[in-house]
Write a protein that binds this ligand. Sequence first.
Ligand code: SIN
Length: 311
Amino acid sequence: MVTHPSLATTVGSLEFKNPIIAASGTFGYGREYEPSADPRVFGGVALKGTTPKPQAGNPPPRLVETPAGLVNSIGLENPGIAVVIKEKLPQLEDLASAGTRIILNLSADDDNGFVSMAEKCNQASPLDVLELNLSCPNIKAGGMHFGTDPKVVSKITSAVKKATALPIWVKLAPLVTDITVIARSAEDAGADAISLVNTLPALVVDVERQRTVLGNTFGGLSGPAILPFALRQVYMVAQAVKIPVVGMGGISCSDDACAFLLAGASAVQVGTAIFVQPDIAERICDGLSQYLLEKGYEEITDIVGRLAQKD
Ligand code: SIN
């Protein structure tokens, strides 16, 4: 009888103590939720999207709640790579000592921007993964259009791969003609994993004032509303590539996380739900352990990709 199932998983050669990762943009630089939530509970923490130079972000309003989600248009406000390496990463030593993986999400206008940041990260610590954001819907230069063109995905991925020994995860936009083509182009160019999906392009309207609501007009939809679509994209990509997949999109409980793992994700990222339940990593880990006990599995990896088609 299974008594202590293991939640440990791997993404490529990298081990994670559990498969729950805080999604970039929803957990700051790892410390902001304390003391409401202990960041060391997460298997990994993906830091806010970082750019070569500091960025002020988009004009407000930047966040709008929707019936089953959140539309954001932050515009990658961040202090820039130099500050992140010098001031933010060193604050995460205790997370690293506790076995929480540190993932730095990078955004840039072109491949040179990505490469220059990756080179700087070679001297950075603690740091386990570079996640290339080829999918931000909220900026004009770079961002989402990168992730819709397999040639651009390939060019950026292979350039960064040459510049660093760190594992590279390529974060994809959800809304493309064929997500498997984009994922394969990242795999062929040397990506160590695919993370998906980023937010869905969205528009919010104030009907009384007959105006758009967000300062940048458009935003990205996250939260439970996008889960079935994200799950479909993760399932498709997991079938199409040999490298691991990190799934995300609207996960707010252990059953949601479980669905992504069954669909083929080796780990999952939780984002919008953190705003509502800062201690969500603990709750999901408890729920996953319970699921494994009930089903008689010894390890979380036993359920990865186990999804069968309805007979
Ligand atoms: C933002 O800062 O606008 C969000 C980043 C993203 O969705 O990639």
